[in-house]
Design a protein around this ligand. Structure first.
Ligand code: 5GP
Ligand code: MN
Length: 339
């Protein structure tokens, strides 16, 4: 954060405030870790924070300290809207545009008159906040929350619960500290978090060793469906609604499946296409290695976005046509994918 931004935050927090904290729709480890860590911090500073998630998040995140106090907008939209409109201050975390909260909540956020603070590491942040703390070089919004608290001179307020939340988001957004966004500074932050009581072994177990048998079998289906387009160093996976239904699909079950494509030798670009009959879309996750920007692909073709090496989007075509279309756009990226 810049010095003027720090001064402005200090002024926004100079009196006890009712503060709403909002992550993106389909919150992941970084979104929930950052919102809950910030809520823990603001409570310690004498404020009244309320985390409002746009919709449900996976079971494997529900052990996070503070989880029981989260309000879910899609389950309780009247109460959530009331709290948002009554807030003195709103923080939006881990997203760069109101639309990332879903169309219902986006409509509410557009009417907010209270000041908004954005903390986020996605590319192309929208211009809605009085303080936009945006840093695309950061591994995670959780790492930014650590720096946010540090900039305000309050690292001594970080307790075991907050440290565990922050650790979770850094770990999940860096693929367990392996993606190129992981810097020496990231490791310094993680070291500080462990010193403050974050139990790294327990957190990894909570996040990774909690699979159901049906999720494991759904992975088997996904891997059977994996196809390689050698000419483009690209691999993709499809999962149909029927395959989800046959495996008792629960939110979050397919998280990480897309990465298997990238574990194949030589593959630079991996995509998973997941049919969602309720929304009548094919939801996509895109991943890459090196400087091939899946953010660009998602923005250009799939009404989405994200980061250079991890992005998401959607297709309104059926699965078959989505795949045909996907294969048809690859030649324009051939040079980048094979250089
Ligand atoms: P995932 O594929 O794990 O859902 O998301 C990867 C990255 O892309 C995350 O940073 C996520 O915030 C972003 N992302 C996922 N879906 C969308 C989308 O529909 N629109 C935009 N703008 N970003 C997305
Ligand atoms: Mn993130």
């Amino acid at each position: 954060m810049t010095i003027p931004q720090i001064t402005q935050i200090e002024s926004l927090l100079s009196q006890p405030q009712h503060i709403v904290i909002i992550p993106h729709r389909n919150p992941d480890g970084d979104a929930m870790g950052s919102t809950l860590a910030l809520a823990g911090y603001l409570k310690k500073k004498g404020h009244t924070p309320q985390v409002i998630a746009p919709n449900e998040y996976p079971q494997f995140l529900q052990w996070l300290p503070g989880n029981e106090e989260v309000l879910i907008y899609s389950q309780n939209s009247d109460q959530a809207t009331e709290k948002i409109m009554a807030a003195d201050l709103v923080f939006t975390l881990d997203f760069n545009h109101f639309s990332r909260t879903g169309s219902d909540m986006e409509a509410v956020l557009k009417n907010v008159v209270a000041p908004i603070v954005m903390i986020d590491h996605h590319q192309q942040p929208a211009d809605y906040a009085v303080v936009t703390y945006s840093d695309t070089a950061m591994s995670s919004t959780c790492e930014m929350i650590y720096h946010f608290i540090d900039s305000l001179g309050d690292t001594e307020l970080i307790d075991k619960d907050m440290a565990s939340c922050i650790y979770t988001g850094i770990m999940t957004d860096t693929g367990s500290f392996r993606f190129s966004s992981t810097t020496a500074q990231t490791h310094q932050v993680v070291a500080a978090l462990i010193a403050k009581g974050a139990n790294n072994t327990e957190i990894h177990q909570n996040l990774n060793d909690s699979w159901s048998l049906s999720k494991m079998q759904l992975l088997g289906v996904a891997l059977k469906n994996l196809r390689v387009l050698e000419e483009f160093n690209t691999a993709y996976i499809t999962i149909t609604q029927k395959e989800l239904d046959d495996h008792n699909f629960q939110k979050g079950d397919t998280e990480g499946f897309v990465n298997y494509g990238l574990t194949l030798l030589g593959i630079r670009f991996a995509v998973i296409f997941i049919e969602n009959k309720a929304d009548n879309i094919i939801k996509m996750s895109l991943r890459s290695k090196g400087d091939f920007s899946v953010n660009d692909v998602a923005r250009e073709h799939y009404s989405g976005g994200g980061h250079i090496n991890a992005a998401g989007g959607k297709s309104d075509l059926n699965m078959e046509d989505t795949i045909t279309h996907f294969i048809s756009i690859l030649p324009q990226y051939k040079a980048q994918l094979t250089q």
